[in-house]
Design a protein around this ligand. Structure first.
Ligand SMILES: Cc1cc2nc3c(=O)[nH]c(=O)nc-3n(C[C@H](O)[C@H](O)[C@H](O)COP(=O)(O)OP(=O)(O)OC[C@H]3O[C@@H](n4cnc5c(N)ncnc54)[C@H](O)[C@@H]3O)c2cc1C
Length: 434
């Protein structure tokens, strides 16, 4: 079995005060429902199970502390639009399904952030899809066609307007779409865990080392066995280690860096902008950039792949060097060496970008494989897995099931070679945007 590890490098978590984790499992436990994995999917599933069955006891368990995993390591875009708007003009139904699911997730998160006053820099700024090159501009044109087909609002911004808004004249054009929310992911996921209903017991730093399925599900941890009438697996790319989606999911490692907070002079040199978020025209592969409410720049670029989920220090060093250059290229007036943290997070993908959502036996449900858009997709798949498990009608269920199931992958080592080749292709395709 592979296990997630926390390398303590995550800049979002390091920017927050230390968190006191919930206890680890130290004895055998009995629950009505067990949810494994406390990222967006698992937290949403646990919350919804607790709401659907207020008298039930729900145990939520994670291998690490909340805020250590991918849910706290991402770029903090709560994305409403499908990544491939414009690429799939013929499939408006699929795009609309994805939109409805993402909007429901955003609404659910928005309600929780407001109700529980979760301080996570929640910011309805929308996002920029930006192009540096003529090739990138052509992608923007296709994106606009997609937005028009979906009747979605946007602002087409020339270079000067983009420069004024973000404080960099690096881009020749951008499309601003208003529906994306920006946030501090470690603060959000911690806040969501802290706001769980009373009938959810959270156990952290308790890797599940084995699982037995049957009328009662039994999950072993070092400290004790958790037995439950049913289980929701929300372990993302680790689902094959729990016997599900074998040869159907794979990891890529995405690297990101964060700067220290800019001082007043540095902030003024950018034109003292509000916070913003920018994704590249070639969404997969290109650099994603944020300027946060607390005046930090974050850059997500650089990819690697390993089956184990582990990478070497060489990859971190390469990522940091590249991201320092990318920040310098965009903000030449800022001083060098602003980066304080460089981290890696796991993105779980399927070949056909379908989620690992569904029911596998009478009492086993999954909400895994969010294909790089896990803030919304993880949230909604966790919520819907809980509804599926408890038999609660939800009009979004048909949308979710309509996304299909992950396709079979080629066997290893062909898979590893193929993924690495794909990463090289992405790097090549977005070289004019880097
Ligand atoms: C650098 C980066 C940038 C990204 N940017 C964005 C973005 O801007 N917007 C967006 O929507 N998405 C983004 N993503 C993707 C997003 O972070 C993921 O899709 C999301 O975190 C998936 O949520 P999840 O709850 O399904 O899985 P995860 O967050 O991966 O949670 C799964 C949990 O399962 C636990 N687990 C695994 N195995 C075990 C075990 N044996 N026992 C117990 N627990 C276990 C793990 O510890 C983990 O906490 C980004 C990802 C990365 C890495």
């Amino acid at each position: 079995m592979r296990f997630p590890v926390n390398d303590q490098t995550n800049g979002w978590a390091n920017a927050l005060p230390p968190r006191i984790a919930s206890p680890a499992v130290t004895q055998d436990l009995r629950a009505d429902w067990l949810v494994i994995g406390a990222g967006y999917a698992g937290i949403a599933a646990a919350r919804r199970l607790a709401q659907n069955e207020p008298n039930a006891k729900i145990v939520l368990v994670d291998a690490c502390a909340v805020g250590d995993g991918a849910s706290a390591r991402n770029s903090g875009f709560v994305i409403d639009l499908p990544h491939n708007v414009g690429a799939d003009l013929h499939d408006a139904d699929a795009q609309n399904r994805a939109l409805r699911l993402a909007r429901a997730a955003t609404h659910a998160l928005d309600t929780l952030v407001n109700t529980h006053k979760i301080e996570c820099q929640w910011s309805k700024q929308g996002q920029f899809l930006a192009a540096r090159s003529m090739q990138g501009e052509r992608v923007l044109d296709g994106f606009i066609q997609g937005l028009d087909a979906l009747n979605e609002p946007y602002t087409d911004m020339p270079a000067d307007d983009v420069a004024q808004r973000i404080g960099s004249s690096y881009y020749r054009r951008a499309i601003h779409t208003p529906g994306t929310v920006l946030m501090q992911p470690a603060a959000l996921v911690r806040g969501l865990a802290n706001a769980l209903p009373d009938n959810v017991e959270l156990y952290e730093n308790s890797p599940v080392t084995g699982i037995e399925y049957g009328d009662i599900v039994a999950a072993q941890t070092k400290g004790g066995t958790i037995r439950a009438d049913g289980v929701v697996l929300a372990v993302n790319g680790f689902a094959p280690d729990f016997g599900h989606y074998k040869n159907k999911l794979f990891f890529i490692h995405a690297f990101a860096s964060m700067t220290r907070q800019l001082n007043d002079v540095e902030h003024a040199s950018l034109g003292a902008p509000d916070d913003w978020g920018l994704v590249p025209a070639m969404a997969f592969g290109g650099p994603t950039l944020r300027y946060t409410m607390d005046r930090r720049l974050t850059m997500r670029s650089f990819w690697a792949h390993s089956h184990s989920g582990q990478v070497t220090q060489v990859s971190y060093d390469k990522a940091r060097k590249l991201q320092a250059k990318q920040i310098k290229d965009r903000f030449p007036n800022l001083p060098p060496n602003l980066i304080t943290d460089t981290w890696m997070g796991l993105i779980t993908l399927s070949q056909n970008f379908a989620p690992g959502f569904g029911q596998h036996s009478a009492n086993v449900f999954t909400a895994v494989c969010q294909n790089g858009v896990g803030v919304t997709k993880g949230t909604i798949s966790g919520l819907l897995a809980a509804d599926l498990a408890t038999g609660r009608d939800n009009p979004l269920m048909a949308d979710m099931l309509g996304l299909g199931q992950p396709a079979r992958l080629p066997p290893r080592p062909f898979l590893d070679l193929g993924v690495r080749a794909k990463i090289k292709l992405w790097e090549h395709q977005q070289r004019f945007e880097a």
